[in-house]
Design a protein around this ligand. Structure first.
Ligand code: 5GP
Length: 218
């Protein structure tokens, strides 16, 4: 079996980022009625497909958090479903108003991503399992505040395999791919802070493995 599962508790204190751009409202405790799930991993690891599969086939009441981003909408993406696509001005305004649980500039190219706190709060209050598909820095800042978060690090097994998948996906030019690979190499260093490591070879298997693990938290 290709999946390696780690069950060590997280210890994020020394690695949690100092910069977080987290608003006052986001610093308040989130409701604890539902569960908070974080899924991170290198861009191109197949996270979005795994998430779709999980939402379609896992019987738990999982709700995907829809992030806001300033990056350009890609072909096939739907505003409000894949992301809330906003301008830099709108994003800054949301950030200053404390509307994000966390937000980060993910690839160091000026594109910002943020988890809206309102949707997360509402989902948790409703008893949902709120699924946040976010980058490592954002994940670490949440883990620091919520050690009970169920965290997964999904990756393709090696940087070579990741490069193949990014080129096959065809959504980025070579420069962007190189940047994504550099970020992935850095992100792999944070693997130890996640409760579960999953190597994604086969989407259906990966999603069912995650679902099985989540059921152990019921
Ligand atoms: P993409 O541009 O390929 O959709 O996403 C790039 C990266 O941003 C992915 O690693 C994704 O997990 C991360 N990301 C998406 N939404 C958020 C968010 O709200 N916060 C943070 N910190 N990262 C996010």
């Amino acid at each position: 079996m290709s999946h390696r599962l780690h069950s060590q508790p997280t210890d994020t204190k020394s690695d949690s980022p100092a910069s977080g751009a987290v608003g006052a409202r986001a610093q308040a405790d989130l409701p604890k009625t539902g569960h908070l799930i974080i899924l991170s991993g290198p861009s191109g690891a197949g996270k979005s497909t795994v998430v779709r599969e999980l939402l379609a086939n896992c019987p738990l009441p999982i709700e995907l958090s829809v992030s806001a981003t300033t990056r350009k909408q890609r072909h096939g993406e739907v505003d409000g479903r894949d992301y809330h696509f906003v301008t830099h001005e709108q994003f800054d305004h949301m950030r200053q108003a404390g509307e994000f649980l966390e937000c980060k500039e993910v690839f160091g190219r000026g594109d910002w991503y943020g988890t809206p706190v309102a949707q997360t709060e509402q989902g948790l209050k409703a008893g949902h399992w709120m699924l946040l598909e976010i980058d490592v820095q954002g994940a670490l800042s949440i883990m620091d505040k919520r050690p009970d978060v169920v965290s997964f690090f999904v990756h393709p097994g090696s940087l070579e395999e990741l490069a193949i998948r990014l080129r096959r996906r065809g959504t980025d030019d070579e420069l962007a791919i190189q940047r994504r690979l550099e970020v992935a190499a850095e992100e792999l260093q944070a693997l130890k802070h996640y409760k579960h490591e999953i190597i994604n070879h086969q989407v259906k298997l990966t999603a069912s493995e995650i679902c099985n693990i989540l059921q152990q938290y019921c």
